[in-house]
Design a protein around this ligand. Structure first.
Ligand code: FMI
Length: 300
């Protein structure tokens, strides 16, 4: 996992671009197809490599990040692509100052063939609160988790050539913080007058919100969570980490499900944890880290 992390960093952060926001979007779009009722879709499979999923409208632009990650796949031919995409979401969040996300490996890639994720499983940004609920409840999320997950829009921006929308949500789109929520609450939003789809802009026109973002402050059940996260960044980090971990593990087998009661099994820094446990003479935990993929030689 450690060598995967540095290889992902090299692939998505370079002199020309910092593609971390896109990395998070990739992990989310492979997983957000999950249907809890029958277990279809979700983070197993890496089926977005294939048509028709590659060309689903919601996935517009994601071929860029899939291509950027190709050197990582080549360097780690034994790691499933779906694991690499899920871990890219975790690493990208951490690279930008966000919370640690509990993501484990153990997904399986599917061969090309009939898809269990028809178009329309991801939300449509032009709609409102009820639509968000319908899509996220199908995946097993509640209102609070919907709001926490939407906080990822503190990163990155909309691109006219991809989604048709345009502009960033926040002042620093490469810093994971709670400014998406403080902007939603503190700025005045009005429909942008332009030739594109309905979106909202703040008074100086620098920042934007999608109709689904605005639904979080017009819906009376969502709004208290927006207010809470605007006032309490630590709460946002905590709840986002839990909800994002659940999201990018949806649909994968038991082995790669996050286990709240066993933090030592975090896939992200098994080697560092191995070193920590050795320093404290905790043999049992150190052994567990080795079993979970920790590299005993990676640190001094
Ligand atoms: Fe978001 N998103 N998102 N998003 N997303 C982006 C960019 C973007 C929607 C729509 C939408 C989540 C939920 C939802 C994330 C992370 C997450 C864009 C602009 C649109 C239109 C794409 C572009 O490049 O033009 C919704 C409304 C519909 C799908 C929605 O429910 C969730 C749950 C997450 C992760 C937790 C990020 C990081 C970006 C920035 C991507 C970039 O390239 O900058």
């Amino acid at each position: 996992v450690d060598s995967l992390k540095s290889s992902v960093r090299k692939a998505i952060i370079n002199g020309k671009a910092n593609a971390c926001p896109m990395g998070i979007r990739l992990a989310w779009h492979q997983s957000g197809t999950f249907d809890k009722s029958d277990g279809s879709g979700g983070s197993n499979g890496a089926t977005m490599r294939y048509e028709p999923e590659a060309s689903h409208g919601a996935n517009a632009g994601l071929s860029i990040i899939r291509d950027m990650l190709k050197p990582v796949l080549a360097e780690h031919p034994n790691v499933p692509i779906s694991d690499i995409w899920a871990l890219t979401g975790k690493f990208a969040c951490e690279f930008l100052g966000g919370p640690k996300i509990d993501v484990r490996i153990g997904r399986t890639d599917k061969p090309e063939g009939p898809s269990d994720r028809p178009d329309g499983r991801l939300p449509d940004a032009s709609q409102g609160a009820e639509h968000l609920r319908e899509i996220f409840y199908r995946q097993g999320f509640n209102d609070q988790e919907i709001v926490a997950l939407s906080g990822a829009h503190t990163l990155g921006r909309c691109h006219r050539t991809r989604s048709g929308y345009d502009g960033p949500w926040t002042q620093n789109p490469l810093k994971f913080d709670n400014s998406y929520f403080s902007n939603l609450i503190n700025m005045k939003w009005k429909p942008r007058e332009w030739d594109g789809p309905l979106q909202y802009e703040n008074e100086n026109g620098k920042y934007m919100m999608l109709p689904t973002d605005m639904a979080l402050i017009t819906d009376e059940k969502f709004k208290p969570f927006v207010e809470m996260y605007a006032n309490d960044e630590a709460a946002f980090f905590r709840d986002f980490a839990a909800a994002f971990s659940k999201l990018i593990s949806n649909g994968c087998n038991e082995q790669c499900q996050p286990k709240e009661d066993d933090p030592v099994k975090l896939a992200g820094d098994m080697s560092a944890q191995f070193r920590e446990h050795c320093m404290h003479g905790s043999l049992e935990h150190a052994k567990k880290c080795i079993a979970d993929g920790g590299d005993v030689s990676s640190l001094e």
